[in-house]
Ligand binder design. Structure first.
Ligand code: NI
Length: 251
């Protein structure tokens, strides 16, 4: 059930059944020569949609722009500063908490978001601790980085090991090709030079572009196929549903 396709009456009725909501969060940033700029937002969105096919669960609008300052050397990338992202997350959660949602299950598609997400969760808890939360329910936020889940790692280890890389990875590119096969056909390439992209640290945008000229870090996303993407999606959806149910059942 997508929040954006609900009426307020639908949401009011849902809140009588559940106070849980899935919050897809990603980024709008370059993903190498063969990956969509929306990759990090598209992946959590596809996983959330697959979960909603099997569960009566509300899906919040995807937070599409994240902490991606290091990608700004490439056209099309959009970034929020860490402090902006923290404020965006807090305002999403506080808006929904006002209506009675109190279990926020974040599916994240971008590693650069995680420090700001943890800081946002601390801000939300701090507000309650300092007496600003009123008499409302105690909010819980949980972060799930889909690409780090054991079901995903199992497939990457079996299929391509090191070629998975760290940015513009095979798994995330495959998942988006499964979701958008015609666009995948349009952007995919048979080979990249070098086959495996360089690895290294991340600082500012100009430094990133110099270290990683085509945008990839350590990956060979020419291995990505829609079929692989389907495997990733099915495996991670099963695991994510288990985690969501545990989250709702926890104190
Ligand atoms: Ni990514």
């Amino acid at each position: 059930m997508r929040l954006q396709l609900c009426t307020w009456l639908d949401v009011e009725a849902y809140l009588k059944r559940s106070s849980g909501i899935i919050m897809p969060i990603g980024s709008t940033e370059q993903h190498g020569p063969t990956g969509f700029i929306g990759t990090d937002a598209i992946c959590p969105e596809l996983i959330a949609a697959a979960m909603a096919e099997k569960l009566d669960v509300m899906i919040a609008p995807t937070i599409n722009v994240g902490m991606a300052q290091h990608h700004l050397g490439f056209p099309g990338s959009i970034a929020l500063r860490p402090t902006t992202l923290i404020a965006v997350i807090c305002d999403h959660v506080k808006s929904l908490a006002r209506h009675g949602f109190d279990r926020f299950f974040f599916i994240n598609g971008h590693g650069g978001n995680t420090p700001s997400m943890h800081a946002a969760f601390s801000e939300i808890y701090a507000e309650k601790s300092f007496g600003g939360g009123g008499d409302g329910p105690s909010v819980r936020c949980e972060l799930h980085n889909w690409w780090k889940m054991p079901s995903v790692k199992k497939i990457t280890d079996e299929e391509f090991k090191d070629a998975e890389g760290f940015h513009a990875t095979v798994s995330e590119v495959a998942l988006t090709y499964h979701g958008y096969p015609e666009d995948g056909d349009r952007v995919k390439l048979d080979t990249l030079d070098p086959t495996l992209a360089p690895v290294g640290p991340i600082f500012d945008a100009d430094d990133f572009r110099a270290r990683f000229p085509d945008g990839r870090i350590g990956s060979d996303p020419t291995l990505a196929t829609p079929e692989l993407g389907k495997r990733f999606l099915e495996a991670v959806t099963v695991e994510m549903i288990e985690d969501y149910n545990k989250f709702l059942a926890a104190d």
